[in-house]
Structure formats: structure tokens, C-alpha cells
Design a protein around this ligand. Structure first.
Ligand code: HEC
Length: 279
């Protein structure tokens, strides 16, 4: 009789201890989320077998291979929901940033992404025997989509709001307005058009003050491109990089001369607002 009582008290004590610890963990998690810098390392999750259930997806017109494709994939929205407690963040004010092996860093609003039924492809069903991916020919060089490629079954490849990053290694969640605060031309709102063009066409490859992709060079710090390029040449370069450099890695993006001038006006403004985070 006595021993069962002691047991009971002991069990209660342990129970309290566990539930107190759980509260502590939850608290740590929510402070992290309010600061909002969430990172998912996809190779790490794969190694721990935490990507989720495999399925086969059919892509009617794949924008990278320019044909119909089939992949082995997992649901990217389920993966994110399993790893991150979305009840603690506001998907409408959050963006998802994709980090690729070559420093390409496209981004899009999180709610747009989650509602599009995205898939994380990890193997190409059409790959030649003994390989995981069909090769991609880019600038005359052969590459492939390894290790991960984001695809959608029901999104048109022409809808530029949706990103299809391949060679994907990490996913970040950040406040939607992060670059807005730091890169917005606060002191001259007339330059907003150039800022928006930069955000839509350039930031996935280029940084300003360290914010943005690293596939192309930083454009503002320590020296702005507007300080060492002649303005007219810079405008023309942005419209058609291949007319300046043989085998240029920067694609022709379809921006008009006038849009390019707006971007350059914005870059000139940013050259007077240099700032780089210490990290
Ligand atoms: C897909 C990636 C990509 C995108 C998108 C892109 N660039 Fe580039 N850019 C590059 C790379 C890579 C280089 C390096 C030069 C090369 O290709 O030889 C470059 C070079 C440049 C340079 C020359 C830098 C120097 O120091 O000489 C400028 C200026 C530039 N880009 C501006 C832009 C602007 C403005 C946009 C948006 C309209 C843009 N780029 C979009 C990849 C990109």
C-alpha cells in the first residue's frame, strides 16, 4: 500500500517535471518564430528521413526541361507544415526564400506557395539508367537539378509569381517586408518603380548592401556599379548583357530600355545609401 503511494507521488513529480520542460521548449520556439529567420536544410532532413511520403508527380510543361516530365517527389507544403508550427506565424506577411547551390536565391510569398500544392522533387523518373536526373543544358554546359527541384502540377510555367528553383538546398522563411525595409528608396519615392523592377528581376541573383542572391556580383558595396560603369552603357548592359560579354552568365531578362533606366536611377540612389551588416 505504502509503496504504491510513493510510486504515485513519484509519478506525479516526474509528470510535472516533463510538462514544465515542454512549456519551456514551446516558449523558446515561439520567440524564435517572432524573430522569424527559419531555415530548413533539405539535405539534413533527407538524411534523417524526414522529408515525408514519396509520390509521383506529372508536370505538363516543365519550364526547365521545356517538355512533359515525371518526378519522384514529396509534398513541399506538408514538409513545411511538419517542420514549422505555422499557427505561430502569419503566412500573408511571410516570404519563402529558396537557396540554390550556385547562390541563386529566388523568393515568393509563403501563402502563394503553400496554396499552389508545391512538390519537392528529388529524382527524375525519365533519367537515363544509373543516374538520378536527366541533364539540363545551360549556356552550353551540362548540369542537372540535383539535389532538389520545386515543381507544381497545376501552375502555369508562364506565371512568373511562382518560382521553380533547382539545385535547391535550403529554404528560409523571412518577414515579407525584410528587403522592403532595407532596400526601399524611402527618401525618394519616385524611385519606387526601379526598386520594384529590381526586386522582381534582379534580387534573386544580385545583392544590394548584402541583401539578395549571390549568383551575380553585389551591385552596391563597396563600390556601386553606377560608380564604375558609364550610365548609358549600364542601361544597355542590363537590357542585353550578351551584347557586352561573350558567354555571359547573366540572362537577357526582357526588361525594356526605359525599365533599365529606372533600375539604374534606383541603383544611383542606393549608391548614396551604402550599408552592410556586420555578418
Ligand atoms: C540569373 C541570374 C541573374 C539575374 C536574374 C540578373 N543578373 Fe546581373 N549578372 C549575373 C551574373 C552571373 C553576372 C556576372 C557577369 C557575367 O555574367 O559574366 C551579372 C552581372 C551584372 C552586372 C555587371 C556587374 C559588374 O560589376 O560588371 C550588372 C550591372 C548586372 N548584372 C545588373 C543586373 C540587373 C539590374 C538585373 C535585373 C534587371 C540583373 N543583373 C539580373 C546574373 C544575373
Amino acid at each position: 500500500m505504502k509503496t504504491t503511494k510513493i510510486h504515485l507521488i513519484f509519478c506525479l513529480f516526474i509528470f510535472c517535471l516533463i510538462s514544465c520542460n515542454q512549456k519551456k521548449e514551446q516558449k523558446i520556439e515561439s520567440t524564435n518564430i517572432s524573430q522569424l529567420e527559419i531555415k530548413l536544410d533539405l539535405l539534413d532532413l533527407q538524411a534523417k528521413n524526414k522529408l515525408g511520403k514519396d509520390t509521383i508527380v506529372n508536370i505538363a510543361n516543365d519550364p526547365v526541361y521545356h517538355k512533359e516530365k515525371k518526378y519522384k517527389a514529396v509534398s513541399a507544403s506538408l514538409l513545411i507544415k511538419n517542420e514549422i508550427d505555422l499557427s505561430k506565424i502569419d503566412p500573408k506577411n511571410t516570404k519563402i526564400v529558396f537557396e540554390c547551390l550556385d547562390g541563386y536565391k529566388p523568393e515568393m510569398p509563403l501563402d502563394l506557395f503553400l496554396n499552389a500544392n508545391p512538390f519537392l522533387a528529388f529524382e527524375d523518373v525519365d533519367a537515363p539508367k544509373g543516374t538520378k536526373w536527366e541533364p539540363i543544358i545551360k549556356n552550353g554546359n551540362e548540369t542537372n537539378a540535383d539535389p532538389f527541384y520545386i515543381v507544381y502540377e497545376s501552375v502555369s510555367e508562364k506565371d512568373i509569381r511562382y518560382k521553380w528553383p533547382y539545385n535547391l538546398v535550403r529554404i528560409y522563411l523571412e518577414p515579407l517586408n525584410k528587403s522592403k525595409i532595407d532596400l526601399y528608396p524611402l527618401k525618394n519615392k519616385k524611385l519606387e518603380a526601379g526598386y520594384i523592377l529590381f526586386k522582381n528581376h534582379c534580387i534573386s541573383c544580385h545583392s544590394i548592401n548584402g541583401i539578395g542572391g549571390t549568383m551575380g556580383p553585389e551591385l552596391n558595396f563597396p563600390k556601386s556599379v553606377t560608380e564604375y560603369w558609364k550610365e548609358k552603357e549600364l542601361v544597355n548592359y542590363i537590357v542585353n548583357p550578351a551584347s557586352f560579354r561573350h558567354k555571359v552568365k547573366m540572362p537577357t531578362l526582357g526588361v525594356t530600355k526605359q525599365q533599365s533606366q529606372e533600375i539604374v536611377d534606383y541603383l544611383k540612389y542606393m549608391s548614396e545609401h551604402k550599408k552592410v551588416d556586420s555578418n
